[in-house]
Design a protein around this ligand. Structure first.
Ligand SMILES: Nc1ncnc2c1ncn2[C@@H]1O[C@H](COP(=O)(O)OP(=O)(O)OP(=O)(O)O)[C@@H](O)[C@H]1O
Ligand SMILES: [Mg+2]
Ligand SMILES: [Zn+2]
Length: 153
């Protein structure tokens, strides 16, 4: 018998699929679900069997599109994720998240002495030093960052 998790289809919105097992709660934090319209449904499935990555999480949000900044933040913690835009119940567009070579303005530098933490009009900026696992390096003070959740700006 095939048992399947049924999530109500959405008419318009965004599906974030192939999120690493158990990471959807962090994705919800990045999306900022608390600030969403309370009549937009958010469905979350944790620990779903996946052909591609073994186990995965899925997040489906009605009536919302992700800013490029949020897509980049999701790419940092869930590099296997795919993002689908749903319009009128159909998949309008599906793409993998993509970690750019440079991350601007998403993370705070953990170095308190860094110029980006001095009330100067300087936006944080990190170069991707390694991809799997991801390690970033501050473009201003060279501090390495490999733990992102507590540094999301
Ligand atoms: N109307 C809808 N409402 C909610 N989720 C949807 C809707 N249509 C598609 N999806 C979801 O969007 C994602 C992409 O849809 P698609 O049909 O391409 O999935 P798929 O065939 O499972 O592909 P893959 O898993 O390889 O990305 C899937 O997670 C699917 O469950
Ligand atoms: Mg699928
Ligand atoms: Zn720095």
């Amino acid at each position: 018998m095939v048992r399947e998790l049924k999530i109500t289809p959405i008419k318009n919105g965004t599906v974030i699929d192939h999120i690493g097992n158990g990471l959807s709660l962090e994705v919800l934090r990045i999306i900022g679900v608390g600030e969403l319209d309370k009549d937009s449904t958010v469905s979350v499935a944790l620990h779903v069997r996946s052909q591609k990555i073994g186990w995965k999480d899925i997040v489906k949000v009605e009536n919302m599109e992700l800013s490029p900044r949020k897509v980049n933040a999701i790419a940092l913690i869930a590099p296997t994720a795919t993002i689908s835009i749903i319009r009128d119940f159909k998949v309008l567009e599906k793409r993998p998240v993509d970690l750019p070579d440079r991350i601007v303005g998403i993370l705070k530098c953990p170095n308190p002495g860094c110029i980006t933490n001095q009330n100067e009009p300087v936006e944080s900026e990190f170069d991707v030093a390694r991809r799997r696992p991801v390690v970033l390096r501050c473009a201003y003070c060279d501090r390495a960052v490999d733990e992102f959740l507590s540094h999301l700006a």
